[in-house]
Design a protein around this ligand. Sequence first.
Ligand code: CTP
Length: 129
Amino acid sequence: MKKIITFGTFDVFHLGHLRILERSRKFGDYLVVGVSTDEMSIDKKGRPPIYSFSERCSILMALEVVDEVFPEESLEQKREYIEENSANVLVMGDDWKGKFDHLQDICSVIYLPRTPAISTTAIIEKIRD
Ligand code: CTP
């Protein structure tokens, strides 16, 4: 079985999130998603997520293309997470292009283009205005 792993916050779930998960799943048979904990999201994005960790996980787990979720507690632990999950392919959005090439000794590393013109931040700003 070929296992794919990807990571993200997936707050205020939107079409860009759905598309990257659908495209990721095509690289194998089983998709594991490392979901940023609320604490990590605050560190990474400078604000707490709108949806809690457990809400974000519930939405992801309801998707046909997602097989498993787990908490991503630190940005620096990708190697451990890939090994613990025996993942063969790491998929990241191309906003991270080149940043994970050093993991190519344990898995394939693929960067996928982001869906244009949509992001959680843009949605929050649109609602706020
Ligand atoms: N993603 C994507 N296309 C978008 C937005 C996100 O492919 N338009 C991907 C990211 O590249 C990442 C995953 O979805 O692999 C989760 O991204 P996340 O940071 O949770 O979502 P954003 O919408 O980028 O959030 P924010 O605006 O808060 O940075």
